[in-house]
Write a protein that binds this ligand. Structure first.
Ligand SMILES: [Zn+2]
Length: 298
């Protein structure tokens, strides 16, 4: 089944519910980073939040970065997102609790740290919001972030179900956000519904986003909006690596070549390798020089 994010207006637009299935995206993250069961379980939840937050991006240059540094066994988790929920991620210790059954999310993430969200809309200053982690469970931490940093009180439940071999059987989330004009009694009702998502791991495994919304929110005058199709996509390219190479400066680049024979870049998000030989490096700096001279003559 393809990953999908569905949104619906509730109570004549007074609130909005989002249901996400990002099973394939989470499974791809697991394969790329070779995560342990516990790491997959935590990472997939943060990934689901990245899917949610980048779904609304319109411009191709809009960039989302989510950093969770809670001091847990998994180390820092970073999720990046582009418009249309095209996400990628990395974590410091993908093999934490390796060989064990799934440990609680907060043991992987930790609760002594921060959640930082950077939204770059290509303007002068990117939006930057940081909150202290509440308990390192993802759901509560992101709900707190939305309430405090974006003034959007939110109810969030993420769910992940793994197979015996550690692969992802299901991953997803449900997020309810009342609009500013939403009456308190409707907020109360919606928060109650999400509170009942006790076994969200089971719910994501047995529902599609559409059936989830129908079953739990269908009686709230629900009006579906256009869906989004999340995917794990890395934006790294040889051209971007060339720019990093140029920014290193010719002296340092030449030194590495002399020591190692080649310069090798390994993308943190997809583990794609870019190898530059001595000839490549010489050519890149020649071209960079030409460009500089061109702009000097203008
Ligand atoms: Zn990459």
């Amino acid at each position: 089944m393809t990953d999908i994010l569905c949104r619906s207006m509730l109570f004549e637009g007074k609130a909005i519910v989002t249901a996400i299935n990002c099973t394939e995206t989470a499974e791809k993250a697991r394969v790329i980073h070779n995560t342990s069961k516990s790491a997959t379980n935590a990472l997939a939840r943060v990934l689901a939040m990245g899917v949610f937050m980048s779904a609304g991006f319109k411009g191709l240059r809009h960039k989302l970065t989510v950093i969770v540094d809670g001091g847990g066994k998994g180390g820092d988790i970073i999720v990046c997102g582009d418009c249309g929920s095209k996400v990628r991620c990395r974590m410091d210790n993908p093999d934490c609790f390796s060989g064990e059954e799934v440990r609680p999310v907060q043991e992987v993430i930790g609760a002594q740290g921060r959640l930082t969200v950077i939204k770059d809309f290509g303007l002068k200053e990117p939006y930057n919001g940081t909150v202290k982690l509440v308990n390192g469970t993802v759901d509560t931490d992101f709900a707190y972030y939305f309430t405090v940093s974006e003034q959007l009180p939110s109810a969030i439940a993420t769910g992940v179900k793994l197979r015996e071999d550690g692969s992802v059987a299901a991953a997803g989330a449900v997020i309810v956000q009342p609009m500013p004009n939403c009456p308190p009694e409707i907020v109360e009702t919606l928060v109650d519904v999400v509170r009942n998502f006790k076994d969200m791991d089971e719910i994501v495994a047995t529902h599609t986003p559409t059936t989830l919304i129908e079953e739990y929110f269908g009686h709230f005058d629900n009006k579906p909006l256009q869906p989004t199709y999340p995917a794990y996509v890395c934006s790294c390219s040889r051209e971007a690596m060339e720019r990093i190479l140029v920014s290193m400066g010719k002296k340092d680049a030449t030194e590495i070549i002399e020591q190692n024979g080649v310069i090798e870049f390994n993308c943190d998000f997809c583990h794609r390798k870019q190898i530059f030989t001595k000839e490549d490096v010489e050519k890149i700096f020649e071209e960079a020089n030409d460009k500089n001279n061109d702009s000097d003559n203008k």
